[in-house]
Design a protein around this ligand. Sequence first.
Ligand SMILES: N[C@@H](CCC(=O)N[C@@H](CS)C(=O)NCC(=O)O)C(=O)O
Length: 228
Amino acid sequence: MIQQLPIRLLAFTIAIVFVSFPVSPILAVPLTQNNVPSTSTNQTKLKLYGGAKTRTPMVQWYLEELGIKYDYISLDISAGENRKPEYLAINPMGKVPAILDGNLKLWESGAILLYLAEKYKNKPASIEESAQVTQWVFFANATLSPALFTEEKRKTEMPRLLEALNQALQNKSFLVGNDLSAADIGVASYLYFAKILVPVNYSQYPAINSYLNAMEARPAFKNTLSKR
Ligand SMILES: N[C@@H](CCC(=O)N[C@@H](CS)C(=O)NCC(=O)O)C(=O)O
C-alpha cells in the first residue's frame, strides 16, 4: 500500500497535467470566437487604420470572420490624414490599411491577412495547403487586382485569369481546403471591388459567380464589404 503511493501520486500528477493542458494539435479550425487566444482579452485591442473607399474592408471582413474585437480608426484620405507624421509612424508608406497589434505595426493588406491567419490559427494543417493560401493572397494583390483595375489589362489579361480562376473553383466552395481562408478573403474581395466599382461582370464565369454570391451571403461580409 505504502510502496504504491508514489506511483499513485505520479498517475494523479499526470492526470492533472493532461486536464490542465489538453493536447490540441494545431490544425485548421473553424472560424469562431474561440480561435482568439485567451491572452488577447488581456491585451489592448488590435487597431485597424483605414479610410472610406479603400480596400480596408477586406481586412475588416477577415477580422469579423475570426471574431476578433478591434478598434477602427478611419483616416480622412482626401484631407491627407494618411500623410501626417502620426500615421507615417504606423505606415511610413502612407497607405491604408495598416494595423497596430501590441507593438507590431503592420501594413500591406496581404501581409495583414496572412498574419491574422497565423496568429488566430486559421491555417490549413499541411504546409502545402498553407503555401497555397499564401499563393492566392499574393495572386489577389499582385496579379488579379492589376488585371481587374487597369483598363489595358482588363482586355489583355483579365479574361485569361478569370477563365483559370473559374476552372480552379469548379465544384469548390473555397479556394483551399474545405474552409474559408485568407485566400478567399483576398481573392473574393478584389472580385467584389471590381464588380461594384468597374463594374466587371462575371456572368460568363459561373463558378466565380456562385463563389462570389456565397461569399457575399456571409454575415461578416455583409457587415463589412457590403457596407463599404
Ligand atoms: N498594396 C497595398 C496598397 C495600399 C493602397 O494603395 N491603399 C490605398 C487605398 S486602397 C491608399 O492608401 N491610398 C491613399 C494614398 O495613396 O494616399 C495594400 O494592399 O495594402
